[in-house]
Each structure stands twice: as structure tokens, then as C-alpha cells.
Write a protein that binds this ligand. Structure first.
Ligand SMILES: *[C@@H]1O[C@H](CO)[C@@H](O)[C@H](O)[C@H]1NC(C)=O
Length: 122
């Protein structure tokens, strides 16, 4: 996966106000999504985030089971100075739960909690 974005905004779960960096190049807003249906990125409307293993949608966003649920985003490239902004509400801290992970098994960018703690790890 390669792509070039200056910023990427992922809204997985809910705030009423988004405090986004100006002009994000990619935005996935899962609030009000339809369970079982992909969410279309809202700036260029070409990329999809497809639900895998049954996450559910609600007014606050996508609810993941903490086991195997996730959303698979179509491949895109990023590089250079890149920022990520994401809104997440944890119900509990499982072992290294990913907020997001882009890339392959050895060359990736990920945000997760450390082990089963509330410490965030980049
Ligand atoms: C947590 O994940 C690490 C890394 O994959 C693994 O070594 C460890 O056994 C896991 N711990 C538990 C309690 O599942």
C-alpha cells in the first residue's frame, strides 16, 4: 500500500464536533453508517472502508467487538509529512488493539494501546 496524503481523518466513534486539521485529504466518517455496508471516503469519494467480521453502525460511529472486527480501507499511498486524526472510544483495553494499521506485516504505521493498558503506542 502506498499513498500520498497530507492528512487523514478517520472518525470511528463519536464526537458531535470534529476538530479536524484544515483540508484533510481523506476523511472517513463512520457516524450514522449502515451496518454491513462500506463507508465512502468523503473528500474524493473513491475509496471505501468495508466492514469485516460484523462491526455494527450507529449514530456515534462504528462499534468493533475487540476481537476480530475491523474496517478494510482500499489501498492508497501516503508519504512525506502526514498527519492522522482519529476519534475513538475504548470500552476496555484488550491486548494491542489497533485503532488503525496501514501497511504490511513489517512495514506499517499503526496506532494501538500498549499490551492491555491505556497507554497509546504509535
Ligand atoms: C499480547 O500480545 C503479545 C504480542 O503479540 C503476545 O506476546 C502476548 O502473549 C499477548 N498477551 C496476551 C495476554 O494475550
Amino acid at each position: 500500500m502506498k499513498f500520498h496524503v497530507s492528512s487523514l481523518l478517520l472518525v470511528l466513534a463519536g464526537l458531535t464536533t470534529i476538530h479536524a486539521a484544515p483540508n484533510p485529504s481523506k476523511v472517513f466518517d463512520f457516524r450514522g453508517c449502515t451496518t454491513g455496508s462500506p463507508v465512502t471516503e468523503s473528500v474524493h469519494e473513491t475509496l471505501l472502508a468495508s466492514p469485516i467480521n460484523g462491526p455494527t453502525c450507529g449514530a456515534d460511529g462504528l462499534s468493533l467487538d475487540g476481537n476480530d472486527d475491523y474496517a478494510d480501507i482500499d489501498d492508497f499511498e501516503f508519504g512525506g509529512t502526514t498527519s492522522f486524526e482519529v476519534y475513538v472510544k475504548y470500552d476496555s483495553f484488550n491486548n494491542y488493539s489497533k485503532v488503525f494499521k496501514f501497511g504490511g506485516s513489517s512495514d506499517n504505521v499503526a496506532l494501538e494501546n500498549l499490551a492491555a493498558t491505556s497507554t497509546i503506542s504509535w
